[in-house]
Structure formats: C-alpha cells, structure tokens
Design a protein around this ligand. Structure first.
Ligand code: UDP
Length: 497
C-alpha cells in the first residue's frame, strides 16, 4: 500500500503542477473552439419582406417575397412566400368605374397584412406595376388610365406598408425583369453561368429576351438592355410586342375574319359545334384592331367553329408581317432579332396553355406536337366540354386557338425550328417562386443585386471551425512536447526507492 503511494508520488505525471497545466490546456482548447463556434453561429434568422402587385391585362396578382434580413445586399436568396389572385378582371377593365379598381385589391392586400409580420409592415416596400392592359388603355384614353391609377394609389396608401407607387412598366422593363427573375432563381447570375432566355406571353403583349453572342446592341439599340450583375456584364436583347399577347392576338384573327362585316364566321381556331353570338363593338374596342372595324357591320356576328389546326395556323400567320426588315435579320413586323441562343424558359400563358394541352414536354418532336394539337382542335366542342367540365368556359373555348398561336409565334415569329424547339422549357415557377417580371422588378428597385460580386469570407463556416480545432490540438501537442524534461523516465519496472 505504501509502495503504491510512493510510486504515485515519484511519477512526474502525478505532480500537481503537471495536472494543473494539463487541465488548463484542455480548458483552453475547449474555450477556444467554443468561442470560435459561437462567434460564427448564424444569428436567429430574421426576415424582410417585399410586396409586388402585377396588374396584368386579364387579372392582377399579388406576390410576397421574403429574404434573410442580414443578407439583403449580397448573397441572400429572395423567395416568394405567398401569392394571391385578385378576384375580377385586370385594372384596365375598370376604366368606366375607376374606384372599383382600387377596391378590387382589398382582399389580397388584407391577406398580405396578415402574412407579413406586424413589426415589419412599415419597412416592407409595396409596388404596383401595370403591363400591356394599362399600356393600351393609356393609348386609348389617357385620362381614364390616370383615374384608374389615382384610385389604385389611394387604395394602396390605406395599408400599413411602405408604398412605393403604381406605374406602367415599359415593354422593355417587362421583358428584362422577366429575364432577371428566371436567371436569379436559377442562380445563374451570382455564379456567372450562361443565362437562359425568357419568353413571356400575356394577354395583351408578349416578350422575348435573351443574350446572344452576336448582339452587342449596336444594331437596333432600342432592343438592348445592359446590366452589370455580381461583377458580370450582360448585353441583353429584349423586345415586347404590344397586341401580340394571346387575347389581343385572338382579336386580330377575328378582325381578320370579319373584315367585310359578316353576320357569321366559321372559325377554324374554334371547335366544331362551338357557336356564340358576339358584338362587333366589343371585338373592335381595342387600339390593336380599332382601325380595322368594317364600315357597315351589323351589331353582332355568330362565331362558329370548325376545328382545323392547319387553316387556323394560316389565319394566325396573317397577323404577322414578314414583308419588310431593315436589319440583318428580323422576327416579324420589321423588328430586329439576333440569332436565337441558349435555353429558354417560357412562362405565363405559354405555360397555362401548353400545360392544359399536355404539351409541355419539348423533347416530343415539333411535328408530333403539331399533330397532337391538330387532333385536339378537331375534337367536337360537345366532347371537349364533357371532358373538361371544371375548366373556365372562356379558357376552354380558346385553347385550340391559344396552342396554335403559341406554336406559330415560336416558329414563324421567333424562328424556332425543330432543332431549337427542345431548347424551350415551359415553366410556371422555379424553386417555388413564379416566373414573371415581378421578382426582377423588386430586386432592381431595392438594389438587391449588387453590380459587383460581394466579398465573401475566404473560408466557409465549417472550414473555419476545423482549422481552429486543428491548430488548437497542434498547440496542445506542442505544449506537451515542450514539457519533455518533466516526463517520467521510461523503464519497464516501476522505480521503487
Ligand atoms: O389558367 C389560365 C390563366 C390565365 N390564362 C391567360 O393567360 C394570360 C395572362 O395574361 P395577363 O393578364 O397576365 O397579361 P398581360 O398583362 O401580360 O397582358 C391571359 O390571356 C389569360 O387569359 C390562361 O390561359 N389560363
């Protein structure tokens, strides 16, 4: 017993000083690593919000975006957390009762009040951007358009958000911000990857935007938009065709068929068996067709269908003008378009229509897509109605026209071929956020995409922690080695004195 105690006392590892130093060493390492971990631990996530109202020609939609509060100027991902479709038509339809345009927004705005945390209300920017419906109303009756904006303005000021104003976006902005949205959501901008083109089809206008290596903006500068985003320069080609959204394009095909003021037309773009009486005054009540109204027309015409895709395509083609082009190459109506380049995301009505027709898969050869659509168009109206009892009547009646218009616009208008058609992807959303101009618009107005790449820490969090731990352990080993003079002498037998 006493021999054992003596052995302990003579072993230098059992000297109090060695024990104390070792304990202090271990505590120091634990403290160092703990401080490093805690210092770099992300703070409890706080979010900021932004609200954008997309006042389209056929409807208004509200989008709420959210992003981590501490990252709003660099790498923070902005995501759509909620969307609300305003009941009723687009704000341009309230020209004769502007007050109602403001009132129509109340329900979705109240939803936004509940969705955004109360303490963030006052700092949450709220924007309203109007597109082609209001562009047309502005052309037709600018005082009515001003009154609609006044009513909308007054209604939105009633809410507790930081209202930033309501305005009409130019076609160029609509195209460019749609392009920013799809490339931001795909993380192509921050990583400097090759970008995707954007194809947007609305009710009253349509946009095409893409980067082409043979376009530097010198030919047709009005189609050029320059961006510097995350340290990369982009020379974007964009064009918005007013009146070539699918509702106005339909008017143009109907105007084409009612030039002589007939009492009835047999329309190949509508199903066999479809028959509805329509008013001439309503058809021609748009700047897209108003100058073509026949002099002596009855007040109504009977719109009947005959469901023929090929004949429909001929009528659709007639609304595009391919006769003049003052540039090296054009899409249609004398508008310059560089060589199509890269993959394209096609959204809004492109998606609604192709999704309904089950034609979103672009790996199906274009010829086969046309055959499928021809078969759909040839299906009698009674059968179509039976097959889709829950689809809104107006949409259902128009899908044959809409599908034909989309294929004609893409191939005859923009020059997509059987080879380049698979480069198009029909999309509704990317990573939970809807594709459209609204996100790009908000990112731009809140300066959320920096021109230069943000400085990032040289090491990620995990790498930093690992290095601190390794250095601490090495220091400890070094310390132990430096204590060598105090080490016990190695001998097989314990030293007994
Ligand atoms: O389920 C749907 C929802 C919308 N649409 C159509 O999609 C277009 C969207 O138009 P929006 O009001 O957004 O147009 P813009 O302001 O760009 O003209 C309109 O033709 C709608 O009729 C559709 O075909 N199916």
């Amino acid at each position: 017993m006493s021999t054992q105690r003596e052995m302990k006392e003579k072993n230098p590892w059992h000297r109090p000083v060695t024990i104390i130093i070792t304990v202090i060493g271990v505590i120091a390492i634990v403290a160092l690593v703990t401080v490093a971990v805690l210092q770099n631990w992300p703070l409890s996530q706080k979010y900021k919000y932004g609200i954008v109202l997309d006042a389209g020609s056929s409807h208004t939609a509200l989008y709420i975006y959210e992003w981590p509060a501490e990252k709003d100027n660099n790498t923070g991902r902005v995501e759509q957390t909620h969307s609300c479709t305003v009941k009723g038509p687009g704000i341009s339809s309230y020209a004769s009762a502007p007050q109602k345009a403001g009132e129509s927004l109340t329900e979705c705005m109240q939803e936004a009040v509940h969705r955004v945390p109360k303490k963030r209300h006052h700092e949450t920017p709220l924007y309203l951007g109007a597109t082609a419906g209001m562009r047309l109303l502005n052309v037709q009756n600018s005082s009515a358009s001003n009154k609609v904006f006044q009513a909308v303005d007054e209604a939105l000021r009633e809410f507790p958000f930081a209202f930033q104003g309501a305005r009409i976006l130019s076609g160029q902005e609509e195209g460019a911000f749609g392009w920013v949205t799809v490339n931001y959501l795909d993380d192509r901008l921050r990583q400097g990857l090759e970008t995707n083109g954007a194809l947007d089809l609305g009710g009253a206008s349509t946009q095409i935007s893409f980067v082409s290596s043979n376009y530097d903006g010198s030919e047709s500068p009005s189609n050029s938009v320059n961006f510097r985003l995350y340290g990369n320069d982009y020379n974007l080609y964009t064009h918005s065709f007013l009146c070539y959204g699918k509702d106005q394009a339909l008017r143009m095909t109907l105007a084409q068929q009612t030039r002589s003021g007939p009492t009835s037309i047999l329309d190949p773009c509508f199903h066999d068996g479809y028959s509805e009486t329509k008013e001439y005054s309503k058809l021609y009540d748009s700047p897209c067709v108003s100058d073509r109204k026949p002099q002596e027309a009855p007040s109504t015409y009977i719109h009947t269908g005959k469901g023929n895709f090929h004949q429909c395509q001929e009528i659709v083609k007639s609304v595009f003008n391919f006769t003049h082009c003052q540039y090296s190459q054009c899409s249609f109506n004398g508008i310059f378009q560089p060589h199509l380049q890269g993959p394209f995301g096609a959204f809004s009505a492109y998606y609604f229509v192709m999704n309904f027709l089950k034609l979103t898969n672009t790996s199906i050869p274009l010829e086969q897509v046309k055959e499928k659509l021809a078969h759909y168009c040839a299906t009698p109206w009674t059968q179509i109605q039976k097959q889709y009892p829950n689809v809104k009547h107006k949409y259902l009646a128009e899908y044959c026209f809409s599908g034909t218009y989309i294929l004609t616009l893409l191939t005859e208008g923009y020059n997509f071929t059987s080879e380049s058609y698979p480069n198009i992807k029909f999309i509704k959303e990317i990573k939970g956020s809807d594709a459209g101009w609204t996100l790009g618009y908000m990112l731009n107005l809140t300066n959320m995409i920096p021109a230069e790449a943000p400085d990032s820490p040289p090491l990620p969090h995990a790498g930093y922690i690992s290095i601190v731990t390794v250095i601490a352990v090495l220091l400890f080993v070094l310390f132990i080695l430096s204590m060598r003079p105090f080490w016990p002498q190695c001998s097989k037998e314990p030293q007994i004195i």
